[in-house]
Write a protein that binds this ligand. Structure first.
Ligand code: PBG
Length: 327
C-alpha cells in the first residue's frame, strides 16, 4: 500500500549527505571552554565525584592546556583548590598577587599566548565560610563583597587574564568591576558575566573538587531560584547596561528553556555551563555501561548549542573535541 503523501519529511533524512545539508546546528571544539581545577600539590589528584577530572599541579595545568590546544580547544577557565589554612573570613587570598591563580595565569600566557585564559571571580574558594561573598551575622554582604571582587579582578588582569568571569551573583558587580578595570587601564580585559546563575544542586561535585561547600546555609539569597525565567531577563538587562561582553546561563541541561530566552533577548554572545553535576551524571551512567558516553555527551552538547549557546563550558571539552574530529 502507498499513502498519498506530498510531504515526506523522511526524504531529507535519507542519506548522510542530505542530513548534512539539512543540519541546523553545528558543534566543534571552537565552542568549548575547558574548566581546570588547580592545586599547590606536585601531582595531579583525582576527584572522586568527577572521574576523569583532576586537581592539576602547576606543571599538570600546562600539559593539559598544551594537549587541549592540539585538540582544538582554545578556552580555559581556572578554579583553585585553596588549602583550608589559607582561607579567612575576609577572603584576602583572592587578591594575593603571588597566589595560585595569578601564578598559573602567568605561566599559561608565557608558554601558550594563544590560549584564552578565563578566570573566576568570587570568594568561595578563599572564604572560610564557603560563600561567594563576605559573611556578617549569617548574611552575605553585597557592597562590601563587590569591593573585594574588584581587587580580585585587578589581580587577575595584572597577571594577564584575557577574560574575567564573575560567578558570585552580587548586585552591581559587573559595572563596579568594569569601572575598576578601566580606571587601571585594563580596558581590553573582557567581562563574561555569570548573569543567570541558579541556586542549583548540580554544583556539588565542583564543591567537592575545591572543598568549597558553604559552611552554613545555602546560596539562595544570591543565586537565582530555579523556578524563575522572567528574572533572567532582569539580570540580563542589568548586566548589559553595566558592560558585560558575554553573558552566561548556568547550569545548562536543566535550563535550556532559559538559554533560549536569553539567546533571543540579547545581541551579546551567550555562554552555557554544563556543570559538574551534569558531568557526573553522564559519566556515572557511562561507567556503569548504561549510556554510550560518546553519543550521549555529544548529543547533550549539541542540545546546548541548539538552545542558543555560542560557548559551552564543559568538562567533556577534550574528549568531545577528539570524538568530533574522528567523525
Ligand atoms: C563559584 C562557582 C561554582 C561553580 C562555578 N563557580 C559553584 C557555586 O556557585 O557554588 C560551579 C561549577 C560546576 O558545578 O561545575 N562561584
Amino acid at each position: 500500500m502507498s499513502l498519498n503523501l506530498p510531504q515526506r519529511p523522511r526524504r531529507n533524512r535519507k542519506s548522510a549527505a542530505l542530513r548534512g545539508f539539512a543540519r541546523e546546528t553545528h558543534l566543534g571544539p571552537e565552542h568549548f571552554v575547558l574548566p581546570l581545577f588547580l592545586h599547590e600539590g606536585a601531582e595531579n589528584q583525582a576527584i572522586d565525584s568527577m572521574p576523569g577530572c583532576f586537581r592539576l599541579s602547576q606543571d599538570g595545568v600546562l600539559r593539559e592546556v598544551e594537549a587541549a590546544l592540539t585538540e582544538g580547544v582554545t578556552g580555559f577557565d581556572l578554579f583553585p583548590a585553596i588549602a583550608e589554612a589559607q582561607k579567612t573570613s575576609d577572603g584576602r587570598e583572592a587578591y594575593n598577587p603571588a597566589g595560585l591563580v595569578p601564578r598559573v595565569i602567568r605561566s599559561i600566557k608565557r608558554e601558550f599566548p594563544e590560549a584564552l585564559v578565563i578566570t573566576d571571580v568570587a570568594l568561595d574558594p578563599y572564604n572560610s565560610d564557603g560563600h561567594d561573598g563576605l559573611v556578617k551575622d549569617g548574611k552575605i554582604l553585597n557592597d562590601e563583597t563587590v569591593e573585594i571582587l574588584i581587587m580580585q579582578a585587578l589581580c587577575h588582569a595584572e597577571a594577564g587574564a584575557d577574560v574575567i568571569s564573575p560567578s558570585d551573583m552580587m548586585d552591581g558587580r559587573i559595572g563596579a568591576i568594569r569601572g575598576g578595570l578601566d580606571d587601571q587601564g585594563f580596558t581590553e580585559v573582557s567581562l563574561l558575566s555569570y548573569c543567570v546563575k541558579y541556586a542549583s544542586s548540580f554544583y556539588n561535585p565542583f564543591r567537592d573538587a575545591l572543598s568549597s561547600s558553604p559552611k552554613f546555609g545555602d546560596k539562595k539569597t544570591y543565586q537565582m531560584d530555579p523556578a524563575n525565567v522572567r528574572e533572567a531577563l532582569r539580570e540580563l538587562a542589568l548586566d548589559e547596561d553595566e558592560g558585560a561582553d558575554i553573558v552566561m546561563v548556568k547550569p545548562a541541561m536543566p535550563f535550556l528553556d532559559v538559554l533560549r530566552v536569553v539567546r533571543d533577548s540579547t545581541a551579546l554572545p551567550v555562554a552555557a555551563y554544563q556543570v559538574s553535576g551534569e558531568y557526573a551524571m553522564l559519566k556515572a551512567a557511562a561507567l556503569n555501561g548504561w549510556l554510550d558516553e560518546r553519543r550521549t555527551v555529544l548529543e547533550s552538547l549539541l542540545g546546548i548549542r541548539r538552545a542558543g549557546a555560542d560557548m559551552i563550558f564543559t568538562y567533556f571539552a577534550r574528549p568531545a573535541a577528539r570524538w568530533l574530529k574522528d567523525g
